[in-house]
Design a protein around this ligand. Sequence first.
Ligand SMILES: Cc1ncc(COP(=O)(O)O)c(C=O)c1O
Ligand SMILES: N[C@@H](CCCC[NH3+])C(=O)O
Length: 408
Amino acid sequence: MQFTDTETQTLDIDAAQLCQQYGSPLYVYQGSIIRRKVQALQEAFSGVTMKIKYACKANTNLAVLRLMRELGVELDVVSPGEFEMGKYAGYAPEQMTFTPSGVPYEEVRTAVDEGATVNVDSISLLEWFGQTYGSSKPCLIRLKPNVTAGGHDKIMTAHPDSKFGISVTLLDDILAFVNKYSINVIGLHQHTGSDIKEAEPFLKAARVLFEAAMHFPNLQIIDLGGGFKVGYKPDDAVTDMQHLGAEITEGFRAFCARYGRELQLWFEPGKYLVSECGYLLTTATVVKEDPARTFVHVDSGLNHLIRPMMYGSYHHILNTTNPDGPLKTYNVVGYICETDTFATDRELPEVRPGDVLAFLNAGAYGFTMSSNYNARYRPAEVLVDQGEARLVRRRETLDDLLRTQIDL
Ligand SMILES: Cc1ncc(COP(=O)(O)O)c(C=O)c1O
Ligand SMILES: N[C@@H](CCCC[NH3+])C(=O)O
């Protein structure tokens, strides 16, 4: 298997070669795929004034952030760390929205004082915001539209029992604080969840925001969050972006006409932009022919890619060094002292110790959700773009594990 900077998936740089050069395991990102995804989203919403705020929790490698910036994509950040990373990558605070989830108010103060716009996510933060800033700083309000959608219950964020946002049923309380402190609400926000294929949940949530919007006279923005579904399995149905774009554009235009003004439509995709660009390359360490089943261990685990264990997510696996081997059935597992099963009963071309296995869709929520569990080092990261493969993060060493410890 090889990587290229073209769209064809035909190949210049061999996966095994990359592992030899930079070590295994290794995260590899293809810039060309990010470019294509940004363009597809822009095209789908070309009928409205649309802004992309990349949900950078998906992947905060500086090279990815810089590429997003080059492509005219702004940022959605959820922590002071992501805010600082954004600045480091060249973003002005004004280009970043801060979408907190019950964070200490001082984090909000820092971001807002520097020029970021906050998505206020609780009544108490709204009150604090009013008391602190009155009408002097703009904000968006994150509503919980009570729409249940998403690929797994852990990634559904707008149903009645979700912790995120302010329930739209509390609109009267929101308006009371907005009026009391003359809060300058310039936008309404919602994020329904992740891995949403159909257009209907997006439209349903949008309709809730459009109704609520009629109570806020100074709006500039409707932010519909992220959550577009990408293909994890080779034959997976994905969000039809052209269809979604047409449906939302129609509804948004009708809403703007009713509202009396053209507003901006914002989206905050993470997965849609970066999931498919990324691969986690690993090396098979041991092939264990147990009476129950055959296990393939790889030199990685839930410390590097936790999605299969956290959400039961499917990640397609390629045997890059024996692609034409006879098909056999395996459980692909990690080397961590936990049950870190990547795949159960997976058919793969025969795996031999030393084969390089590539996990697909590792660009979003891969490295950013990694850890040092079992005192394992995090892998290096490589960006393949514009005809070059470049190291964009070195592998960790023992020094990295010891750096923050105080040896008594
Ligand atoms: C507020 C918010 N916006 C955007 C996203 C990005 O979601 P996704 O990566 O599914 O597009 C998330 C993550 O779920 C989120 O919580
Ligand atoms: N981390 C999740 C998606 C985002 C959840 C954050 N709200 C995943 O890997 O699918």
